[in-house]
Design a protein around this ligand. Sequence first.
Ligand code: 5GP
Length: 192
Amino acid sequence: MELLEKKIQKDGIVKAGNVLKVDHFLNHQMDIALFNEMGKEFKRLFADRPVNKILTIEASGIGIACIAAQYFQVPVVFAKKAQSINIDGEVYSTKIESFTHKRVYDVIVSRKCLGPEDHILIIDDFLANGCAVNGLLELIESAGASVEGIGIVIEKGQQMGGKLLREKGYHVESLAIIEHMDEKTGEICFRH
Ligand code: 5GP
């Protein structure tokens, strides 16, 4: 998506450890006009899928999932990072290792929010090693729901998450795929 690539080129900052900071328009301050175009694009990309719910993970996925949901006219469920492992049978749970924070979270979704009747589109801000998306897939599987697709804003193509998910047969669409980024020069190249 050209608009997004231009924004990443203009405002993205390449940090050490293969981290791209996009706090100015995606992860902290949010550019809603851009979100709106991204939501429209997700709808175009998954138009043929019978999506009845969008699933994301707190916190950064929530904004884009909500804007996209207006185009699909479906509710959004966000998986919560639980503070304690106080699992009481009312929730589906899994563990997700955070790429940026280097720690493992217990992640939960209430059984009331996800069930076998659901056809899920996963939406998240980044796809790197795929830990976040794989955790969400586990929650969907626990619920007996179906996966209709995976929509990602920025995929880091040098990491294996996207490749592995596509090999497993999932319909993954990323609005921008980074082929290469250089911490020293700040250069960012996209895959087309
Ligand atoms: P994964 O679980 O696929 O390894 O990483 C995806 C998650 O880590 C996303 O939910 C995102 O919050 C975070 N993440 C991964 N790489 C980056 C990055 O380069 N920049 C930012 N801001 N977040 C990232």
